[in-house]
Design a protein around this ligand. Structure first.
Ligand SMILES: [Zn+2]
Length: 138
């Protein structure tokens, strides 16, 4: 590839302190498959991606189950329970996805388990998938 940019450019402030590293677009293309999972892992705990609350509201709009919606979530893995996952105070679950079929995905902020709230016609139940870090191929 014919490019004049170096893959890595270190950035220094006035005091010659390293404060960042710039990746060339070419290098970013190569590196992002490695870096993106790391970034996602960080954002999972740092709440950088907004919750898809719109999808949850949409499910509420089209609610046709035989019971009223509730906001209870429980993690079977660590025993984490909330009566209202939307309450920002003491938030212990993050909404990850919701769809009109009644599948609502949460992440337990205590143990990182994926908790699925699965709605059926006359009841719902929780499924808990404990978090397993993706292992690099050996
Ligand atoms: Zn948990």
């Amino acid at each position: 590839m014919n490019t004049t940019s170096t893959p890595l450019t270190k950035l220094y402030d006035q005091n010659n302190q390293l404060y960042g590293v710039l990746l060339s677009p070419e290098f970013w293309e190569e590196a992002k498959s490695v870096l993106m999972p790391l970034l996602e892992k960080r954002s999972a705990t740092q709440e950088e991606t907004p919750e898809p609350v719109k999808d949850w509201k949409m499910l509420l709009d089209y609610w046709d189950f035989q019971y009223p919606p509730d906001t209870r979530v429980e993690c079977e893995h660590c025993g984490n329970v909330t009566e209202d996952w939307m309450n920002p105070e003491g938030k212990t679950f993050r909404l990850k996805a919701a769809n009109l079929g009644g599948l609502v995905n949460f992440q337990c902020l205590n143990c990182s388990s994926r908790v699925i709230k699965r709605h059926f016609k006359d009841h719902y139940r929780f499924e808990c998938h404990p978090y397993t870090p993706k292992k690099d191929k050996l």
